[in-house]
Design a protein around this ligand. Structure first.
Ligand SMILES: Nc1ncnc2c1ncn2[C@@H]1O[C@H](COP(=O)(O)OP(=O)(O)OP(=O)(O)O)[C@@H](O)[C@H]1O
Ligand SMILES: [Mg+2]
Length: 360
């Protein structure tokens, strides 16, 4: 399975004011499971369609295993890229059986009958469809159809697999069991996977690394725990995971692995990689409820999550999120301290704020 590389990749659709993709740079290692995560319209499907060869880039380059798939002078057509694609709508042939659907990519590639039978049997076994080989698509559930689409894709041993919200049409229980199928499938095959979702739980659960996209750009490309613990900017901090993102004042005082900031009227030690952060991401587990804590907040909202309560605590015009083991009263005053939060510098957000202030 091949390394996939995007260099300065842009796509501007005709008649559209903003580019769907703006100078995307990313490198995906062979066998990596990558999730593309971001709000509707941020360019996820466009990036998949360019990779598949269904669209031409306006600028930049896509290469697979060191071979150029598309740039200003080259364009390898979709059918020659040996990339597998699974969409949200399963796109199965309605008049072919499950086995015939799965066999089709091999027929197109003129694989011999005996080899075809062997590989179809293997793909059906891998996706748990052995007993469904003779069924028609209409006789299958949504999850089973999606597994046929997956089997049809893996049967020709693609160089990379692209999945565009493959579980979006399935109910919650089926979605989590299908996540298990994808994970097991990836472990067995070791395919390079590019998996589009706007479900962050799915992305965090499945991916080796997640590319968080916004307005045609990749905001941060990192392992799930890094995105959560060390978001690069306000967008990522707010989009991935729970908690508050608050502007801070840097003091310039540094500590090992961090710095001192002023926020909510107090000085706090925070983790940081820059000397002068502009914002802090305070996750629920960074808010410790303790009578002796330096901060005082008021409970303004509460949700039971099973096993714990999610509290919204208001102080100094900001709302923090905290976890509690017991039910709180609305309006109750709590002592809090902030521990192990992450501060970062987001110049763009500062510019936006400065602009907003200038217009106020
Ligand atoms: N064929 C097209 N012509 C013009 N504009 C397009 C075309 N395809 C996509 N776009 C625009 O490009 C942007 C990115 O679209 P894209 O489908 O990649 O978003 P997405 O991240 O997949 O969103 P969603 O989560 O809703 O599927 C959007 O603004 C969309 O309107
Ligand atoms: Mg899409």
């Amino acid at each position: 399975m091949a390394e996939l590389r995007f260099s300065n990749l842009s796509k501007q659709f005709e008649g559209s004011a903003r580019p769907a993709l703006a100078a995307v740079d990313a490198s995906i290692a062979s066998g990596e499971f990558i999730a593309l995560l971001g709000p509707s319209g941020c360019g996820k499907t466009t990036l998949l369609r360019l990779t598949a060869g269904f669209e031409k880039p306006s600028a930049g380059r896509i290469s697979l295993g060191g071979e150029v798939m598309a740039d200003e002078t080259h364009f390898v057509p979709a059918e020659a890229r040996e990339i597998g694609i699974v969409f949200q709508s399963y796109a199965l042939w309605p008049h072919k059986t499950v086995a015939q659907n799965v066999s089709f990519p091999l027929e197109v590639r003129r694989v011999s009958r005996a080899e075809r039978d062997r590989r179809v049997a293997e793909a059906l076994a891998l996706t748990g469809l052995r007993d469904f080989a003779a069924r028609m698509p209409a006789q299958l559930s949504g999850g089973q159809r999606q597994r046929v689409a997956l089997a049809r894709c893996l049967v020709f041993e693609p160089r990379a697999m692209l999945l565009d919200e493959p579980l979006a049409n399935l109910d919650l229980a089926l979605r989590s069991s299908m996540q298990e199928v994808f994970r097991a499938f990836h472990r067995r095959i070791g395919a390079t996977m590019l998996y589009v979702t706007h479900d962050q739980g799915e992305a965090l659960a499945l991916a080796d690394r997640i590319a968080v996209m916004e307005s045609g750009r990749i905001r941060q490309f990192a392992a799930p725990e890094v995105l959560y613990r060390e978001p690069a900017d306000c967008f990522v901090a707010g989009f991935v995971g729970d908690g508050a993102v608050i502007p801070v004042r840097a003091t310039g005082e540094s500590m090992p692995d961090g710095t001192i900031i002023e926020v909510l009227g107090q000085r706090h030690a925070v983790r940081a990689r820059c000397a002068a952060p502009s914002h802090v991401s305070i996750r629920p587990e960074n808010v410790v409820i303790r009578d002796s804590g330096p901060l005082r907040g008021r409970v303004v909202g509460q949700t039971y999550l099973g096993g714990r309560f999610r509290l919204q605590v208001e102080l100094g015009g900001e709302t923090l999120v905290a976890y509690a083991t017991r039910r709180a009263r609305l309006g109750e005053a709590l002592g809090l301290s902030i521990e192990d939060a992450w501060a970062f510098h987001d110049p763009e957000s500062e510019t936006l704020m400065a602009r907003a202030l200038a217009h106020a």
